[in-house]
Design a protein around this ligand. Structure first.
Ligand code: CA
Length: 236
């Protein structure tokens, strides 16, 4: 079920091409979003910090500071790290999409894109952030998940996770001990109905594992099945 008015919020669009910017703004506003804009990366970073938008649509090809560097800066700054970023990329090659995700982008749309597709992606990242599908808190071994605050603590220390990484570990912790396929993760975490590129999952999983330090093995890869969350005691 979908309602265009169900997701309201502020979206910052960082794009230098006026016609693309107008198109994106028109469709986001039609879908019920408040839209603020920046025409280059430096202005975008300032607006992101000052206005704390709910989501950012970021073009990769920008004058001055390129989109990759803007994304890196957003994700590396406490104030803006949790804001979902959807990258607009003219480079359609899968490798470059994956490179965008490595920088911490939450999703991407390849140009030329349909405005409706972009709106769906924005709604998707916000829905994934806002919908607590299960009870708010879950403790498994040294892991504590809190959907109310979007925090995961490991031995009491808060993990520095992106929005997608939080959703990913939440989905895995919900299925603790049971495998979950890449296709299911793409559907449940990313909201893709017809998943094509499962490398997206592997890329994020690799980054998530790196953040778990000595507990990286709790995220297990099961050949031919997908992924599985196991703490020491759950693994028996
Ligand atoms: Ca551009």
């Amino acid at each position: 079920m979908k309602s265009t008015k169900a997701t309201s919020g502020t979206v910052l669009v960082i794009e230098d091409e006026a016609d693309v910017l107008d198109l994106v703004r028109y469709h986001l506003e039609k879908a019920g979003f408040r839209v603020i804009v920046a025409h280059d990366g430096a202005a975008g970073l300032i607006k992101a910090r000052d206005e704390k938008p709910d989501a950012i649509v970021l073009d990769l090809m920008l004058p001055g500071i390129c989109g990759e560097d803007v994304c890196r800066e957003l994700k590396g700054t406490d104030d803006t790290a949790s804001i979902p970023v959807i990258m607009l990329t003219a480079k359609a090659q899968a490798e470059e999409r994956v490179a965008g995700l490595e920088l911490g982008a939450d999703d991407y749309v390849a140009k030329p894109f349909s405005p409706r597709e972009l709106v769906l992606r924005v709604e998707g990242v916000l829905r994934r952030l806002r919908t607590p599908a299960h009870s708010e808190k879950l403790s498994l071994g040294p892991f504590e998940l809190d959907r109310g605050t979007f925090e995961v603590r490991l031995e009491g220390d808060k993990l520095d996770l992106t929005a997608i990484e939080f959703k990913l570990i939440a989905a895995l912790m919900d299925r603790r001990g049971a495998p979950i396929s890449r296709t299911d993760l793409l559907r449940d975490v990313w909201g893709y109905r017809n998943p094509i590129d499962s490398r997206t999952v592997d890329t994020h999983m690799r980054r998530l594992r790196a953040k778990l330090g000595s507990y990286a093995d709790c995220l297990q890869t099961l050949r031919g099945e997908g992924y599985c969350f196991k703490t020491g005691e759950a693994a028996g």
